[in-house]
Design a binder for this molecule. Structure first.
Ligand code: ADP
Ligand code: MG
Ligand code: MG
Length: 879
């Protein structure tokens, strides 16, 4: 097998279609080279080597040696320099690059090939001694960190001390002699920590770095990132070895990162940052605050340092041309890394840029309107889950704000929470239910878990493309970066700004859209659903087949759902209505009653309340179907559990405390999930369902434009149960129709949430006019896993690959899915026009929605805020 693929100098052994083999970075370097863009020559060791490397226990097969030698020869031929040549050395970077981009997660080594001899050669050929020694010290520092895994703090400290001794403020103040002296210190540090001198053989350096990059695939932070982003560990990373180009060769050299459009708002304007006389990592690491790329951006920010457009106008124009070429070629917004070496532009990376949901929407809609992509492509480009960011509240513009300071608007959305100063505390506090804002001087990949746990992220340093900003946008967390006036003391757990102090646990609010940081919690307002969002939703509605309903049980939920485009209610639970403080006493009287007569007396008190619930919901949902599920939970849920409550409840219900306790004990169940609940309540106490049905029909006949009620009987296992319950509902309907002289259309159907019901769907459909797959319970009963107890082992199950994802979040398509398929098929055989829907949590999960489309269900029902996500996912499923 071939492992090594070349690029640059007129050769491209691969291209953008080879991401699986070459990783994203390698594939795109080859592609850029093949379309004639200036790419430093190099080669990629393909991803299959990653698995081989681990199988061999961290060693490489012999055949790779010769292939790598050929790869180096290719670079030497193109550059005319030789690797390890003391007079005119070739230097390379060794870069990771997996199939999916994992920004900053894995390791890169720059300036490899420098040693005590070649550094002298580099000084001569470049005519710049300072540059040569700066590069060498960077190399030792990076190699010691990434490959030798020495304590990098010691190296940073040595640099700080060197600067302090000279009274310097910036790295750029260091002279050639200063760097030379620092190199000696660094070499001594290596001997001290590693017991061996820094490797001088350039081939040893190369293999060390290649091994370290493959090794970084299994680093803790890479694993966490993969877990959060569903990237399989089998994919592996590729390794790219590429000729170095230098952005640190003086004032006509620079390095930068750019997006072809604004990744935060989506505007069609170049967007980026650069640093003069610097190397790549400097921009991302937030060591110096970078300068703007364009004049317009600099002016908008009212910043002083010249933009690239002003400072290096010719290269800037060439770069802008490359942006346009790349965007047309890839037909997507690109995220680009470049370096300018003494006025010559070099492209180091391109990939589809990560973007906020807002930007994703705008870019997709704009590109479709520009004719760059089709409407279908636009629909497919926006990740449904990402809409979540847009569907949540933003800061109320009218609310008072106590602004502490301002940073860069790095990732939009507003978040309030308690301040924490480290990732572990963020994780702990969030697990305990606190909303937290993670505040760091700057973030690094080790902070990922804390960023994930936090509601928002605030940093004192770093630009719009800093680690914090990129990761936050990817995760959909609001982020304000580079709030330079903050002074953060993470050890003492305090930050100071403008004479004020904020301690751990104090509440702040950040606005990732404006960059403002505020003391206290600022109220929020509902999102705006027009504009690009509305346009894309309209396109999505035009292609989807599945209807989208909402799970809603209050008029407010129903209203939200309608605003979000719900086409009906797929699940209106009725038990929550019973918990209302004003009604619970009547509910308890019903439960405590000795006989039917007592129960009916209590139910009579509930009837008008229940009727008014339905009137309100029906008014909101006028003209649309509403599925109402009759009472489902075990009755003891309505009784008190705490000793202290008994006396009060007994008094309110007009019974003795002892009696109440006895009843509560009688109702206790060992496994309530499989106990006296669902239609079992209706079978034993038909008067409960009779009252609910009466409330539904009385509400419906009272309205001019009532929805079509779909009365749903829960937890049916057998046809006979449904026979009995349907008779109760029909009788109540006829009674109401007779009393009022009005009729409405209605359906009676059932939830399919027990495996037996799924299997016997053929005969159940003789009675049931619709099925709604209650996939929460169906998952519990099919897998024999209690959702409330699953937390203890489910994560291990997912890690062990027993279930690919949490089956309560994403439908277990193989098992539960097969039950659904069977039920749908058997149900339709009996009743071809049977209405089929899904109302579990899965109704808002894109992967599960794709399955519902495949099985041909009529609708999915999701929580109100997930309705737009479901609409888009349903459209994507139909494409
Ligand atoms: P990451 O995947 O973390 O972005 P990269 O492999 O892209 O890591 O490298 C990090 C930085 O190093 C890049 O921003 C780039 O500017 C710089 N770099 C990588 N290779 C070279 C090279 N051959 N010449 C100059 N700079 C390089
Ligand atoms: Mg990169
Ligand atoms: Mg259920």
């Amino acid at each position: 097998t071939q492992y090594v693929y070349r690029f640059g100098g007129g050769v491209s052994d691969g291209g953008k279609g080879d991401k699986n083999l070459l990783g994203g970075k390698g594939a795109n370097l080859a592609e850029m080279a093949s379309i004639g863009l200036p790419v430093p020559p190099g080669f990629t060791i393909g991803t299959p080597m990653c698995a081989v490397y681990y199988d061999e226990g961290g060693a490489f097969p012999d055949s790779l040696k010769a292939e790598v030698a050929n790869g180096i020869a290719h670079i030497e031929a193109v550059t005319g320099k030789r690797f390890g040549d003391a007079a005119d050395p070739l230097l390379v970077s060794v870069r990771s690059g997996a199939r999916a981009s994992m920004p900053g997660m894995m390791d890169t080594v720059l300036n490899l090939g420098l040693n005590d001899q070649t550094v002298v050669g580099l000084a001569t050929t470049s005519g710049d001694e300072r540059f040569a020694w700066d590069s060498y010290r960077r190399f030792i520092q990076m190699y010691s960190d990434v490959v030798l895994e020495l304590d990098h703090g010691a190296f940073e400290e040595a640099l700080e001390i060197a600067k302090e001794d000279k009274g310097y403020f910036l790295d750029t103040d260091m002279t050639a002699t200063d760097w030379k002296a620092l190199v000696e210190k660094y070499k001594a540090l290596v001997v001290e920590q590693w017991d061996k001198p820094f490797p001088q053989d350039v081939h040893d350096q190369l293999w060390g770095a290649v091994g370290a990059v493959f090794g970084s695939w299994q680093s803790e932070r890479a694993k966490v990132y993969r877990r959060l982003n569903d990237i399989p560990s089998e994919w592996g990373t590729a390794v790219n070895v590429q000729a170095m180009v230098f952005g640190n060769m003086g004032d006509t050299s620079a390095t930068g990162v750019a997006f072809t459009r604004d990744p935060s708002k989506g505007d069609n304007a170049y967007y980026g940052e650069f640093l003069i006389n610097a190397q790549g990592e400097d921009v991302v690491a937030g060591i110096r605050t970078p300068q703007y790329l364009t004049l317009a951006a600099r002016e908008a920010a009212n910043a002083k340092p010249l933009s690239m457009e002003e400072a290096l106008p010719e290269v800037y124009r060439e770069l802008a041309g490359v942006f346009d070429t790349l965007e047309k070629h890839y037909r997507d917004m690109q995220d680009i890394e470049f370096t300018v070496e003494r006025g010559k532009l070099w492209m180091l990376q391109t990939r589809s840029g990560k973007r906020t949901a807002k930007a994703a929407l705008k870019i997709a809609v704009d590109m479709a309107e520009e004719g760059l992509i089709t409407r279908e492509e636009a629909i497919a480009r926006v990740e449904p889950q990402a809409l979540d960011q847009l569907l949540h509240p933003t800061l109320d513009p009218k609310a008072a704000r106590d602004v502490l300071t301002r940073g860069l608007p790095a990732s939009p959305g507003a978040a309030s929470g308690k301040v924490v100063f480290d990732a572990d505390t963020a994780e702990k506090r969030a697990a305990a239910g606190d909303a937290v804002i993670l505040v760091r001087t700057e973030t690094s990949p080790e902070d990922i878990h804390g960023m994930h746990a936090a509601r928002g992220i605030l940093t004192a340093r770093g630009g719009m493309t800093s680690h914090a900003a990129v990761v936050a946008r990817g995760m959909g967390r609001p982020c304000v970066s580079g709030a330079g006036s903050l002074s953060i003391d993470a050890k003492a757990k305090v930050m100071r700004c403008a004479g004020r102090e904020v301690n751990e646990g104090d509440v702040i609010t950040i606005d990732g859209a404006s960059g403002e940081v505020m003391i206290g919690e600022v109220p929020t307002v509902q999102p705006e659903l027009a504009g690009d969002f509305g346009t894309l939703m309209e396109w999505a509605d035009g292609v989807r087949r599945l209807k989208v309903r909402a799970n809603a049980e209050t008029p407010l939920d129903a209203k939200t759902a309608r605003e979000f485009g719900a086409e009906g209610i797929g699940l209106c639970r009725t038990e929550h209505m019973f918990f209302d403080a004003a009604r619970i006493t009547a509910v308890r009287q019903m439960i405590l009653a000795e006989d039917e007569k007592g129960r009916r007396a209590a139910l009579d008190k509930l009837l008008p309340e229940q009727r008014s619930d339905f009137v309100e919901i029906f008014e909101v949902m006028a003209g649309l179907p509403v599925t109402i599920r009759l009472l489902d939970p075990p009755l003891h849920e309505f009784l008190p559990h705490e000793e202290a409550e008994f006396a009060e409840v007994a008094a309110a219900a007009g019974v003795e405390v002892d009696y109440l306790k006895r009843r509560a004990a009688e109702l206790h169940e060992f496994n309530p999930m499989l106990g006296h609940r669902g239609c079992r309540l209706g079978v034993t106490y038909p008067e409960i369902y009779e009252m609910q049905a009466r409330a539904i029909f009385e509400a419906a006949v009272s309205l001019a434009d009532a929805p079509i009620p779909e009365v749903m009987i829960p937890l049916v296992a057998t046809k006979r149960e449904l026979d009995l319950m349907k008779a109760v509902v029909d009788k109540a309907a006829e009674a109401v129709f007779a009393e009022t002289g009005k009729r409405v259309d209605y359906l009676v159907g059932t939830m399919i949430e027990l495996p037996r019901a799924a299997l016997r769907a053929g005969e159940i459909a003789e009675v049931g006019e619709f099925f709604s797959f209650g996939t929460n319970d169906l998952t519990q009963t099919a897998l024999g896993v209690s959702r409330d107890d699953a937390a203890r082992f489910l994560q291990t199950y997912v890690e062990q690959g027993i279930y690919a994802k949490d089956p309560f979040v994403s439908l277990d398509v193989e098992g539960v899915g097969e039950l659904i398929e069977i039920a749908a098929e058997r149900g339709r055989k009996t009743r071809p026009d049977i209405k089929l829907g899904i109302c579990g949590e899965h109704g808002g999960d894109p992967a599960s929605i794709a399955f519902c489309e495949k099985v041909g269900l009529d609708y999915v029902s999701a929580s109100p805020y997930r309705v737009p996500i479901a609409r888009l996912a349903a459209a994507q499923a139909a494409l």
